[in-house]
Design a protein around this ligand. Sequence first.
Ligand SMILES: Cc1ncc(COP(=O)(O)O)c(C=O)c1O
Length: 710
Amino acid sequence: MTTAIEQTLETYGIENWGAGYFDVNRKGNLIVRPAEGDTRSADLKEIIDDLARRGIGAPVLLRFPQLVAAQVRKLQRAFSRSIREFEYQGAHMCVYPMKVNQQRSLVEEYLREGSRYDFGLEAGSKAELYAAMALEQTPDSLLVLNGFKDEEFIELAFAGARCGKRVVIVIEKLSELDHVLNIADRNEGGANPILGMRVKLYSKGSGRWEKSGGEAAKFGLTTTEMLEVIRRLEKADRIDMLKLLHFHIGSQLTDIKRIKNAMKEAARVYAKVYQMKVPVDLLDVGGGMAVDYDGSKTAFESSANYSAQEFANDVIYTIKQVCDDENVPHPTIIQESGRFLSAYHALLITNVQDEIETVVEDITPIEIDDDDPQVVTELGDLRASITVKNYREYYHDALEHREELFTLFNLGLVSLEDRAKGEVLFWDVCERADKYAQQAKYVSEEFDDLRRLLCAKYLTNFSVFRSVPDHWALDQLFPIVPIHYLNKPPTEYATLCDITCDSDGVVDKFVDLHDVKQVLELHSLIPGETYYLAFLLVGAYQEVMGNNHNLFGTPHEAHIYIDDEGYLIKKVIRGTTVGEATERARYEKSLLHDGFRRLINQRVKDGELTEAEGAELAQFYESRYDAYTYLASHSERLTDLWLRSENPRHRSILRRPLGRFRWIAIARLLVCSKKWRAQASVVANSRRPIVSGSTCSATTPPLSLPAQGL
Ligand SMILES: Cc1ncc(COP(=O)(O)O)c(C=O)c1O
């Protein structure tokens, strides 16, 4: 391995947060491994190029289901090791909380691997329960139901129990118990669900979701309410249904000490309830096992100061100690880990579209002459004589002169040309000051701020609100790494701007081992070459929390399996189209198409458009229903154009598997087809929409790729 690659691994911290799944190959491309220590790998740049050739452009969400299976094994191994080490008498089971990411491929892969250990599911709503009820689980695994429940929800739970599922209704409110008792009376003879109680602990978690625990938490029964549930169940002669105690003190628990405290309290409550002759034997410790997004292994919000093994050890050891002390049997421990199981498996890859210029660039060289106002001359002097010894003082002087420049301009004493000259000189001084400041041993805060101001702003083809909403909402950090050029040192400092019309749509905080980076080291953009970035560890919560800001829809998705030969693209699912995105906001297709045609008809009537032009415009508009909501690259536009071609030969060639012959055929068509060349040149030269009737037929069916393997 070259030193440049070692340097890259350090710059992006890949070994710190990668958990053994991510690495860089000799070509300088980011790779994914199916499990820690596995020698097989998939090259992300190769995958993205392959997808692009199939007409699937960035942004694309890549799913690696094998990483879900690897995390399941990691979790199970950690707990079984602790159980053995501490001679714990109970078992450990997991129920995956569907709210973390309900995607079927993920849940199915989890159940496939988890079935070896009787891992089950957790649902928090009627819709999640509805989906979970039809999924195959092992007979001993649990289906735990949290969240607020109405009568309908509870009826569905009873239906699940009657069909043989081990359903657990966790009582969050006393009114839920009333529904349970009524329905149980009606269910005479049928199998009943298990009951659980969610306990409000005094102990709190740590990190951003601290408020999920503690006395003021939204969820859980107070001690009095718990006793009331027991009393009512005893009175109804149904105490045998109550088998589980549950608590959850928050997601992404960063500090192991807080976890131990909560376990102590929960185990004590469990023991006391058991001693009241309630037949509890399941202790559900909730979720919260953290993901070390920045790799710092600290109690920082995007990290955790413990490993999976330490977590398991502390849970098992603490519960065992309390139970032994109280002389009660060790319960089966249920864990609701979501983030830990799902975060690693998904990553978003997208392209940097362009660089946004924010500081004034010196387009023409500035010459200072005698007629210039004094403020401009002084800025010119600062620029000429700034050095490594005086940069701090000169930078402060430049700030003052800039203030003066704007004051004089507002008073009408400085012309627009002089203001422009002054601005260019000011930013020149800043750039030089920044260069000198970065050479110093300690960079002061003001020069850190300056660096942020001066850094490149990369316009990146994605929506923060759709793909990494927790960065926007909670300042959560996600590792971001170029997927190629990693054998070359980055030369730029940059922040990322998304393509939404929102100034919050930026990523300006990045993972770092010791701190939070305000800028990310990236490569400079090369004209004509696509620069791709990966947003990693986005498999938990991001997809479900992502929103429709600006009607940017779900990105394309590809499911990748890693085998001995490299990768296999198992499935491709097209992202939301423009038409689907607008329909979600209740703009039905016919309403829009009719509306646009009405406008055209009026223009034709007024003699502003010919009938043929009107027809072309309508066809063009209607064909856009199937366009991707994100920015299309040049080559994607060409592919799109060709795929829409009326010529069935063109279309069938593009749909065939990629191979030498397909490329030869494409090349031949490119050379032979006059029509194609004419269309291609329209795309290449046009800034306006293409309205050629032959390329954008309204009757052309949408690209037939949804939800199918390629
Ligand atoms: C009741 C419950 N269980 C489990 C989870 C999953 O937590 P995590 O994804 O941190 O494991 C949550 C999320 O906050 C939750 O509210």
